[in-house]
Design a protein. Sequence first.
Length: 106
Amino acid sequence: MKVGPLITIVFRLLFELIQLYTWVVLLACLFSFLIGFGILDPRERIVWKIYNFLSRMTEPLLQPIRNILPPVANIDLSPIALLLLIQYVLCPVLGKIYGMMLVGIA
């Protein structure tokens, strides 16, 4: 197996994992809203388990952003900031690295 296809597979997997994490952040926001407005009851076991899982997946990246970006009018903007960082910083940087690696291989 040549190195080029292996790098392509690794970077595609990385981009897919980033997309999956984006959906996890969006689902965590949705669950937070639904619990906050009383539509979902966090005392129900399945709701609590799902919300706990989503929180554990997102909090390690959201907490440092919350330390920098305070809430505005009691609205937490850290998920929006994280999604913007992923879409406009992380993905383009990984794309550039991938492009440079392919040029270096060829």
